[in-house]
Design a protein around this ligand. Structure first.
Ligand code: BDR
Ligand code: CA
Length: 310
């Protein structure tokens, strides 16, 4: 099967960085047309720089990086430095990348790349949905050439990770998430319900580091940093593999279970802002949206190890 054309919109971010490493390591399956970045976990300047750091580490200078929105559509920016470190890449040591982002704005790049693609493009969003929402508002016709949008975000049965009921990516720009969920032709959402099932426990990251090579070492380093923070915050053993779950879904959907759903984003209540109301009383014929409920965590880590091996 030819590699699937994708575009990754992200806010690296330690787990975004692992998602990028996994995607960069799968050129046979994923034809990455671009990485676009957005303000989220850290500022827009840092997320763009970090995407370039990971691109260099992965030896994928063939993939252009475009820097995008510096703040959410409506609400005030909310960063997550406490979870991702001051640089956004935890404790990872790195040199300033030799090549930076392109000059074109990420929103324009998304519109151009999707419009020009011969085959429909899959968009992966692992940060606030701002860039993709604005691309859809700027050029609604691009929806016709989007195969699917895969979003890491939201929470149903797990509760939230920034407020009682909201997950960070949706909370950070709920209006953008609403635009994507209502304008994209097909959306698959991987929220905390599934990412909390895939934990980077110490034996798993030790096995990853034991593979040798720069990519595996970096992935283990990033995940170990997240696990430390997760433990310190009393959120259990092993960082959840939030963003890499989107790439794992694309590479090995058989490792996941998804259900047709209607998903509405709370945009006005100060208490439940960013909550995702997930309703399963709908058939696949009636909705283009799917909510991922379960993952085979061992399978996901086997996939990660297979791709990170030198
Ligand atoms: C999401 O929030 C961010 O901090 C992570 O990078 C991930 O995309 C998890 O809630
Ligand atoms: Ca992210």
């Amino acid at each position: 099967m030819p590699a699937r054309p994708i575009l990754i919109d992200c806010d690296p971010g330690v787990d975004d960085a692992v998602a990028l490493l996994l995607a960069f390591a799968a050129p046979d399956a994923l034809d990455i047309r671009a990485v676009t970045t957005v303000a989220g976990n850290v500022s827009a300047g840092l997320t763009a720089r970090n995407a370039c750091v990971i691109r260099a580490l992965a030896g994928r200078e063939d993939v252009p990086v475009f820097a995008g929105c510096t703040r959410p559509m409506v609400r005030a920016p909310i960063e997550a430095e406490h979870f991702h470190g001051e640089s956004g890449l935890g404790a990872l040591a790195f040199d300033a990348p030799a090549r930076g982002p392109e000059t074109e704005h990420a929103v324009n790049a998304i519109v151009r790349i999707v419009s020009e693609a011969v085959q429909p493009v899959t968009l992966v969003i692992t940060g606030p949905c701002t860039n993709v929402a604005l691309a859809l508002l700027l050029a609604p016709g691009i929806a016709d050439n989007i195969a699917e949008v895969v979003v890491m975000g939201g929470a149903r049965s797990e509760g939230g990770n920034v407020t009682a009921s909201a997950e960070y990516n949706i909370f950070a720009d709920p209006h953008a998430a609403h635009v994507v969920l209502t304008m994209a032709p097909a959306v698959t959402v991987l929220g905390l319900d599934v990412t909390h099932q895939i934990r980077a426990t110490a034996p798993r990251t030790a096995a990853l580091a034991g593979l040798g090579g720069a990519r595996a070492a970096a992935a283990a380093n990033l995940l170990d940093f997240s696990s430390e923070v997760t433990r310190a915050w009393g959120q259990g053993e092993g960082a959840p593999l939030h963003d890499p779950a989107t790439i794992a879904w694309l590479l090995a959907p058989h490792l996941f279970t998804a259900r047709p759903a209607r998903i509405a984003v709370e945009m006005s209540s100060p208490i439940t802002l960013g909550h995702t109301a997930v309703d399963f009383h709908v058939t696949a014929a009636e909705t283009g949206v799917r909510w991922v409920t379960d993952a085979d965590a061992e399978g996901v880590f086997s996939l990660l190890n297979a791709r990170m091996a030198p």
